[in-house]
Design a binder for this molecule. Structure first.
Ligand code: NAI
Length: 259
C-alpha cells in the first residue's frame, strides 16, 4: 500500500494579515494564529486598539505588529501590504474580516451612503487586499485567502440590504477567485458566521440574544469568536490544501434548522 501522506498542521513561521483584528473574531484569529507560531499583521481602524491587541499577543509570547488602516482606503491597502511584506519577509495568509453593522431600510433617507460604506468595507476592500497581496500569496506556494462573509450571505434579514448584498458578494467573490487562483496554488474560501458575541452584536441585550438563539439556533446560544477563529485556522493549514471555493457556515446549525 502507498504510505499515508503526512500533511502539515502547522502555520509556524507563516505570515498572516488579519483585517478588523482589534476586536471580535479578527482579534481571536490574530491570537490563535500567533499562538500557532505565525507572524501576524494586526490591521484595524485605530492605532491604540491595534496596539492593544499586539501587546496582548506579545505578552503571550507571540509575534505581531500593528497597522492602523481604514480598509476603504485603496492606497492605504497597497502601502500596508508592502510594509507587512517588508517587515515579515512575505505574506502567506490573508484574512479579510473587517466589517460593521449597516442596517438601513431601502426607502429611508441616506440609504446610498450606507450602501457605499457596506460595499467599500466588506467587499471592495477584500478585492483590493487580494490584488495587493497576490504576488506574495502566489510566491508562498501555500497561499491562503479567507474571506469572512455571514449567514446573511445565504439568506436575509429585513432592513439589512446593504450588508446582505455585500455578504452575498463575498461568497460570489470567493467562488470566482477560487476558480481563478487555484492554478496559482492559492486557495480561497469563506467563513459564514451566524450570531457571535463580538463588537457588532454587543448592543443587542442579552435577553434578546437568548430569545433569538433559543428560537433559531440548534445549539441554543450565540457563538464565541474563538469558535469561529478555530475554523479559520483549520482552513489556512497547509494540510487543507484541497479545500477551495467553499462557504463554511459556523452558526451552531442555524442555517439547516427548519422548525
Ligand atoms: P467586531 O466589531 O468585534 O470587529 C470588527 C472589526 O472590524 C472592528 O475592530 C472594527 O474596528 C473593524 N473595522 C470596521 N470597519 C473598518 C474599516 N473601515 N477599516 C478597518 N477596520 C474596520 O465584529 P465581528 O463580529 O468580529 O466582525 C468580524 C466580521 O464578522 C465582520 O465582517 C462581520 O460582518 C462578520 N460577521 C459577524 C457576525 C456576528 O454575529 N458577530 C455574524 C456574521 C458575520
Amino acid at each position: 500500500m502507498e504510505p499515508v501522506r503526512k500533511l502539515s498542521r502547522s502555520i509556524a513561521g507563516k505570515v498572516a494579515l488579519v483585517t478588523g483584528a482589534a476586536s471580535g473574531m479578527g482579534r481571536a484569529t490574530a491570537h490563535i494564529f500567533a499562538g500557532e507560531g505565525a507572524k501576524v499583521a494586526v490591521v484595524d481602524l485605530k492605532q491604540e486598539r491595534v496596539d492593544a491587541v499586539v501587546a496582548e499577543i506579545k505578552a503571550e509570547g507571540g509575534e505581531a505588529h500593528g497597522w492602523a488602516l481604514d480598509v476603504a482606503d485603496a492606497d492605504g491597502i497597497i502601502r500596508v501590504v508592502k510594509e507587512v511584506e517588508a517587515r515579515f519577509g512575505g505574506l502567506d495568509i490573508l484574512v479579510n474580516n473587517a466589517g460593521l453593522a449597516t442596517f438601513h431600510g431601502i426607502g429611508e433617507e441616506g440609504y446610498e451612503k450606507t450602501w457605499a460604506l457596506a460595499l467599500d468595507v466588506m467587499l471592495t476592500a477584500h478585492v483590493r487586499f487580494v490584488r495587493a497581496a497576490l504576488p506574495s500569496l502566489k510566491k508562498s506556494g501555500e497561499g491562503r485567502i479567507v474571506n469572512v462573509a455571514s449567514t446573511e450571505g445565504f439568506g436575509a434579514t429585513p432592513g439589512n440590504s446593504p450588508y446582505v448584498a455585500a455578504k452575498h458578494g463575498v461568497i460570489g467573490l470567493t467562488r470566482a477567485l477560487a476558480v481563478e487562483l487555484g492554478r496559482e496554488g492559492v486557495t480561497v474560501n469563506c467563513i459564514c458566521p451566524g450570531p457571535i458575541r463580538t463588537g457588532i452584536t454587543q448592543e443587542i441585550p442579552d435577553e434578546h440574544k437568548e430569545i433569538f438563539a433559543k428560537r433559531r439556533v440548534p445549539l441554543r446560544r450565540y457563538g464565541f469568536p474563538e469558535e469561529v477563529a478555530h475554523v479559520t485556522l483549520s482552513v489556512v493549514l497547509p494540510a487543507s490544501s484541497y479545500l477551495n471555493g467553499i462557504a463554511i457556515p459556523v452558526d451552531g446549525g442555524m442555517l439547516v434548522k427548519n422548525a
